[in-house]
Design a protein around this ligand. Structure first.
Ligand code: 5AD
Ligand code: FES
Length: 339
């Protein structure tokens, strides 16, 4: 029955115009509540390298941005982030970075093994971009549980508007297929309001998600970063992002759906609005304070001044205020992994 949920172009346009906003949210929250109760899962994000071989037009850590200081965290730095995270109640660590060839497979595997050895009760999520199926397999065997790779847009022409020609949607989709085949819990997703995005594109994104059936979907507003080719473009809106969160909750009822940092950046209550529209995950930053500002995918990113402990306290308060609770749990996908 679940997979039958669908939306057509007209309905999508109607909802994106702001119609029936309260009703949509209500339904999304009811579905979220059915599977995940009032629980909000937290993921400790460790941004371990801001080197990137790619040149995506929207992203602040793109190769051609000469105006940022590049950094790489050592294994010791990363383990220290995990120690602090574990102490604060995190049971998922997300290793996120640019596509940095410095970290060859053996280094990534060593890192995964170290974390899983010290914290066998924790999930390790990777978010390190496009790699070969063999590499993905090796990370999985080393103990990685989940992989985040946003598809960015499911439309070929739009993909080419957002990326230089050496990147292709076809390869991106292949990576997602490989990750699913290997057995990861997989996350796809896209930016809302990215330059050139049309309602038709969003419709295709939703259809793509219905087909892929990812376990996680990351969406957040596009936010211009001043040193990128899209530095003068308009940002996506809170309303549109929140509407899409609700729709995605209804299309994929059990999906793990974060209220993203980007959403919290364009609106001081963005993450709360996301949670109140069907999202059930937040991903606070565990990266060391000294490098946070350097992982600048977009401008004005929140929580770059706070320590991890302050952030989680603040977040717990915010979550409690809207009637939800942060749980100290791996927060796995609740459902059959193979559908
Ligand atoms: N605004 C919003 N999100 C961005 N991302 C990259 N650059 C931006 C930006 N300028 C998102 C991409 C990527 C994820 C890690 O961050 O969707 O997959
Ligand atoms: Fe980071 Fe509030 S969540 S300071």
């Amino acid at each position: 029955m679940e997979a039958k949920q669908n939306i057509d172009m007209e309905q999508l346009q109607y909802l994106l115009n702001g119609n029936e906003a309260d009703y949509l949210k209500e339904r999304a929250v009811a579905v979220r509540q059915r599977y995940y109760d009032a629980d909000v899962y937290i993921r400790g994000l460790i941004e371990f390298t801001n080197y990137c071989r790619n040149n995506c037009y929207y992203c602040g850590i793109r190769r051609d941005n000469a105006n940022i200081d590049r950094y790489r965290l050592s294994d010791g730095d990363i383990m220290a982030c995990c120690d602090e995270g574990y102490r604060l109640g995190f049971r998922t660590f997300v290793l996120q970075g640019g596509e940095d060839g410095f970290y060859i497979d053996s280094m990534i595997c060593r890192l995964i093994r170290s974390i899983k050895e010290r914290y066998p009760d924790c999930a390790v999520t990777l978010s390190i971009g496009e790699r070969s199926k063999e590499s993905y397999q090796a990370y999985f065997e080393a103990g990685a549980d989940r992989y985040l790779l946003r598809h960015e847009t499911a439309n070929d022409a739009h993909y080419r508007q957002l990326h230089p020609s050496e990147l292709s949607l076809k390869h991106r989709k292949e990576c997602l297929k490989n990750l699913k085949e290997i057995g990861y819990q997989v996350g796809a997703g896209f930016m809302v309001g990215s330059p050139g995005q049309t309602t038709q594109n969003l419709y295709e994104d939703l259809q793509f998600l219905r087909e892929l059936k990812p376990h996680m979907v990351g969406i957040g507003p596009f936010i211009p970063q001043h040193d990128t080719p899209f530095g003068r473009e308009l940002a996506g809106t809170v309303d549109m992002t929140v509407t899409l969160l609700s729709i995605i909750r209804l299309l994929l009822p059990r999906v793990l759906l974060p209220a993203t940092t980007a959403l919290g950046t364009i609106d001081p209550f963005g993450r709360e609005k996301g949670l109140m529209a069907g999202a059930n995950v937040v991903m606070p930053n565990l990266s060391p304070g000294r490098v946070r500002k350097q992982y600048a995918l977009y401008d004005k990113k929140i929580c770059t001044g706070e320590e991890a402990a302050e952030c989680i306290e603040c977040l717990k308060n915010r979550v409690n205020k809207i009637g939800y609770r942060v749980v100290c749990d791996r927060g796995d996908y609740k459902g059959d992994l193979n559908v």
